[in-house]
Design a binder for this molecule. Structure first.
Ligand SMILES: [Zn+2]
Length: 584
C-alpha cells in the first residue's frame, strides 16, 4: 500500500514527544503517522528493521537559499562551481551540478541524501516571486515555502510611518496571498532602501531617506503586524550592520524591540498530537546570528561577540536564532542586504552582483572562500558553533549555515559533528589560525550535543519556530510520515571517532517522505509528491479595499502593470494555504 510503512525497533529521537532514544516502532499509513496498523494493513506494509539505528523525523531546514533570482545569479557567477561537483542522471533522476549553488534538481537530491524532507527559501522579493516559485516547483524531494522580503518595502514603510497598522496588516496579508509566500522577512530594515542612494543605515534610530522611518520603527511595526495577523512564524530578522565589527550591540538592541510583543500564532490547521506544545513562543526569529555577532571596532581587533548576545538570549524568552555556521571552504554569499555584499566585495576584490528590486528591496551576490589560515574566517567558524553551544536551551536555537552564505547545506554533517564532538573541535582548532581560539570562547566549551539535541536543532525546533510543527518535525499522530534513519547506534557512539559521525550524517541510510522510501544510501529511489506552503491571512474586507486603493495608485512607480503582479497558484506544486486568523 502506498505510503504505508513500519520502522521497527530503532532508537527514536522525537523531542516534541519527549522521546529520547527509546526503542520504538513508527507506524505510517497513507503517508501519515498513526499509532498502529491493523493486521490487514500490516500485510501490505513495507517493513524496515531499524535495530541498532537512529530514527528521527525528516529534516526541516527553516533558512536556506535554494530558489529565486539571487540564487540563479549565484549559479551564473560561478561556472567553476559546476564542474567539480556533479550528479549523474538515472532512470528517475535528472543530472545536476554545483557545489555551493547546485542546480535545482541537485538541490532536492542532495537534501534528500542528508535526510531532509522540508526546506524554506529564506528571501523572496515580491516581484521575483514567480521566478522563485518556478524554481521551487522544479526542486524535487522537498516540501517548501518562502519568506517575503518586506523590511524596505515602500508601502510597508509608508504605513508604518503613518502608524496605520490596519493598512499595514492588510498589506502584509494581501502580499502573502498575492505572492503565495509564508512569512515576513526583514533584511537590514531601512538600510537597503538607503542603498538605492549609495547609503546604508548604521544605527537603529537613524531615519532613512525619503520615508524618514528608523530601523527600530520598522522592526517594531513588522513584529506587531505579524502578531496581529496570527502568522505561522514570527517576524524573521536579518539585523542591521551585518558583517561589520561591533554589530553585536545593534543585534542585541534589535532583539529587544520585539520583546514587548507577545507571540500570537493563530492558525486553522490540524495539529499532530505532541507532548510538548508545538506552537511557537517567540516574537522574533533572528537569522544567521554569527554574521550579526561581530565584536571589536575593525578587522584588526575583530573578535567574537557571541557571548554577550548568548547571555542576552539565555535570559530572553521571545527569541529563537539560527546559527549561520561556517564549515570552511567554498561559499557564495547572497542576501537581500545589498550594501553588506558591496562591503564584502570591496574587502575581497572578488566578483560582485547587485540588484535593486523596484519599490521593494534589493540583493547582492559575492562568491567567497573561507580559509582556515585566515584569522577572521577561523574566528567565524568558532563563532557559528558558539551560537549553538553558548545558548543553553536548544529550543532557542536552529542549526544552519545560512546556505550558501557560510557554506553549502551539504556541509551540515560537519557542523553536526563539531557540535557532538569536542575532540573534532580541538582537531579543527589545531588546523586553524590561532584567532579562532584567542578571539572566541569556543576553546573553553566542553559541551557535546546529544542526538536528542540535534533532533531539536534540525527538526523539532525548526518546525516549531516556523509554524510547521502541526505536521513536520515530530512523530506525533497525524504528522507527515517523514523519517530519517541514520546508521548510527547511539549505544556505541564514541565522539572521539568523529569521522564516523560525519560519514553517517552525510548519507542517511533511509530518507522516507510521506511513508515512501525516497532515498536509500544516497541513491534516489523515488520522486515523491511535494507541497508548497503559503499563508492565507485574513483581514477585514474594508481594510483590504482601502489599502488596495493606495497600492493601485502607487503602482505607477512600478515598471509593469498591476495585473501582472500576482503569482497564480498554477506556479506552485500542490499549493497548500495555511489559514492565519487575525485577532478581532
Ligand atoms: Zn539567509
Amino acid at each position: 500500500m502506498a505510503g504505508t510503512i513500519v520502522i521497527k525497533n530503532g532508537y527514536v529521537y522525537d523531542p516534541l514527544n519527549e522521546v529520547n532514544g527509546e526503542q520504538q516502532d513508527i507506524f505510517i499509513k497513507d503517508g501519515v503517522v498513526v499509532s498502529e496498523l491493523s493486521a490487514a494493513d500490516m500485510k501490505d506494509a513495507k517493513i524496515i528493521d531499524a535495530t541498532g539505528k537512529t530514527v528521527m523525523p525528516g529534516g526541516v531546514d527553516s533558512h536556506t537559499h535554494i530558489a529565486g533570482a539571487k540564487v540563479n545569479t549565484g549559479r551564473m557567477m560561478r561556472p567553476e562551481d559546476s564542474y567539480k561537483t556533479t550528479r549523474t542522471k538515472t532512470a528517475i533522476t535528472h543530472s545536476g551540478s554545483g557545489e555551493t549553488v547546485p542546480s535545482v534538481y541537485m538541490e532536492g537530491y542532495e537534501y534528500s541524501k542528508l535526510g531532509y524532507t522540508t526546506a524554506f527559501e529564506a528571501a523572496v522579493p515580491p516581484m521575483e516571486a514567480r521566478h522563485t516559485h518556478e524554481e521551487m516547483r522544479s526542486i524535487p524531494m522537498l516540501d517548501m515555502g518562502g519568506y517575503l522580503v518586506l523590511g524596505n518595502n515602500w508601502f510597508m514603510m509608508r504605513y508604518l510611518k503613518e502608524g496605520d497598522m490596519d493598512k499595514a496588516a492588510a498589506y502584509v496579508a494581501w502580499m502573502m496571498k498575492t505572492h503565495k509566500t509564508y512569512g515576513i522577512k526583514c533584511v537590514n530594515p531601512g538600510g537597503v532602501e538607503n542603498w538605492g542612494w549609495g547609503e546604508n543605515v548604521s544605527s537603529l534610530d537613524e531615519q532613512n531617506i525619503h520615508f524618514e522611518i528608523s530601523s527600530r520603527e520598522i522592526i517594531d511595526g513588522l513584529t506587531e503586524v505579524n502578531e496581529m495577523l496570527g502568522m505561522p512564524m514570527s517576524m524573521h530578522l536579518h539585523a542591521n550592520n551585518l558583517g561589520h565589527p561591533g554589530n553585536y550591540k545593534t543585534t542585541k538592541d534589535s532583539l529587544g524591540i520585539s520583546s514587548k510583543t507577545k507571540a500570537k500564532q493563530n492558525m486553522s490547521v490540524n495539529w499532530a498530537e505532541t507532548k510538548i506544545d508545538a506552537s511557537r513562543d517567540q516574537s522574533v526569529y533572528l537569522t544567521h546570528m554569527m554574521f550579526n555577532a561581530f565584536a571589536g571596532t575593525s578587522w584588526r581587533d575583530f573578535e567574537s561577540g557571541v557571548k554577550p548576545l548568548a547571555d542576552y538570549i539565555n535570559n530572553a524568552d521571545h527569541v529563537v536564532i539560527d546559527s549561520g555556521c561556517v564549515p570552511f571552504g567554498e561559499a557564495t554569499c547572497m542576501t537581500g542586504d545589498g550594501p553588506s555584499i558591496h562591503d564584502l566585495s570591496v574587502l575581497t576584490g572578488g566578483k560582485w552582483s547587485n540588484t535593486d528590486v523596484e519599490l521593494e528591496c534589493g540583493s547582492g551576490v559575492c562568491p567567497f572562500t573561507y580559509l582556515k589560515s585566515n584569522p577572521v574566517h577561523s574566528t567565524q567558524w568558532a563563532m557559528g558553533l558558539e551560537c549553538l553551544l553558548l545558548i543553553d536551551d536548544p529550543w532557542k536555537t536552529i542549526m544552519t549555515t545560512d546556505s550558501p552564505n557560510g557554506g553549502p547545506f551539504t556541509k551540515y554533517p560537519l557542523v553536526m559533528s563539531w557540535l557532538m564532538s569536542e575532540k573534532f573541535r580541538e582537531q579543527t582548532f589545531s588546523e586553524c589560525h590561532k584567532w579562532a581560539n584567542d578571539r572566541s570562547t569556543l576553546g573553553g566549551v566542553d559541551r557535546e550535543m546529544s542526538l536528542y539535541d540535534l533532533a531539536i536543532l534540525t527538526r523539532a525546533n525548526t518546525a516549531k519556530t516556523i509554524g510547521m510543527a502541526h505536521r513536520k518535525g515530530s512523530f506525533g499522530i497525524g504528522a507527515d510520515g517523514d523519517v530519517t534513519i541514520y546508521d548510527i547506534d547511539p549505544t556505541k557512539i564514541d565522539t572521539r571517532e568523529y569521522s564516523d559521525l560525519i560519514n553517517k550524517f552525510s548519507t542517511a541510510e533511509y530518507t522516507i517522505k510521506g511513508g515512501e522510501v525516497v532515498c536509500h544510501d544516497g541513491e534516489i529511489t523515488m520522486i515523491p509528491d511535494k507541497r508548497t506552503y503559503y499563508t492565507d491571512a485574513s483581514v477585514p474586507d474594508a481594510n483590504e479595499k482601502e489599502m488596495l486603493k493606495d497600492v493601485q495608485e502607487w503602482f505607477r512607480y512600478y515598471s509593469h502593470g498591476f495585473n501582472h503582479y500576482p503569482t497564480p497558484e498554477k506556479y506552485l506544486v500542490n499549493p497548500t494555504a495555511i489559514k492565519a486568523n487575525m485577532e478581532q
